[in-house]
Design a protein around this ligand. Structure first.
Ligand code: PGA
Length: 259
């Protein structure tokens, strides 16, 4: 069965409990009494508000924006995967370009976080992507290959297929510049090839790949199903819950047509 994902990354937005309540009331109003068979929406609020994101309508799951790779201990300011799991978090975004940039995260650190998420039965949504400079120098493939090889190094097939990869070209994040369907498709093909070489074709076929970077519902198909992607990672537009629900509807419709 065709399955799509919409991941809403709220980043460091929504600044009070009252705003969260308002956000949730719109989300629930829009999504309630609908049935989603082919799409899951993963909403990723800031840590502080995760506990308010319980009792979500059918088809909607809760995700976090980061975690720390250790279970507990003297790690001031960090969040344990066990805390997240115990708070019903099912998904976790890891290695977002903003964490790499502002938090100094490396592929090696992110790899440790992926393993921690898997160990504690959460699905990691792992971001990769080339910079504008790498793109201009036609080094996109090389940059992505290096990231994938480090992030998945030493993984078993069963670990690899638990990972969701989000391809987010850095030049498309927060810029309103979007790659063409053809460019996204090329990356899809590259990732499938890399995963086939590292694991096997079956595993490569099972790894979910999303596109992220300036996604809007008005051109959803062009950056997802038309480019053979399994869904999208959404930043700014996720601040509008009705937009996320609109995307769920569009995916549901697209999946129906493919049957
Ligand atoms: P954007 O963010 O949709 O605002 O470009 C995407 C992201 O950072 O995941």
């Amino acid at each position: 069965m065709r399955k799509f994902y919409v991941v809403g990354n709220l980043k460091m937005n929504i600044l009070s409990r009252e705003e969260v309540t308002q956000y949730l009331s719109v989300l629930k109003r829009e999504a309630e009494n609908k049935h989603y068979q082919h799409v899951t929406l993963v909403v990723c609020p800031p840590f502080l508000y995760l506990s308010q994101f319980d009792d979500l309508p059918q088809g909607i799951a809760k995700g976090a924006q980061n975690l720390f790779s250790e279970k507990s201990g003297a790690y001031t300011g960090e969040i344990s995967p066990v805390m997240l799991k115990n708070d019903n978090v099912e998904y976790v975004i890891l290695g977002h370009s903003e964490r790499r940039r502002y938090g100094g995260e490396t592929n090696e650190m992110i790899r440790g976080k992926i393993l921690a998420a898997i160990k504690h039965h959460m699905t990691p949504i792992v971001c990769i992507g080339e910079t504008e400079k790498e793109r201009r120098a036609e080094e996109t493939d090389r940059a992505l290959e290096l990231q994938i090889k480090t992030l998945f190094s030493g993984f078993s097939k069963s670990q690899a297929e638990r990972v969701i990869v989000a391809y987010e070209p850095l030049w498309a994040v927060g810029t309103d510049v979007v790659p063409t369907t053809g460019e996204i498709l090329q990356v899809r093909v590259l990732l499938r090839k890399l995963f086939t070489e590292m694991f096997d074709a079956e595993t490569a076929g099972r790894i979910v790949i999303l596109y992220g970077g300036s996604v809007k519902s008005s051109f959803l198909g062009a950056v997802s199903w038309e480019a053979e992607m399994d869904g999208v990672l959404v930043g700014r537009e996720s601040l509008f819950p009705y937009e996320l629900v609109k995307m769920m509807g569009l995916f549901e419709e697209a999946a129906g047509k493919e049957l």
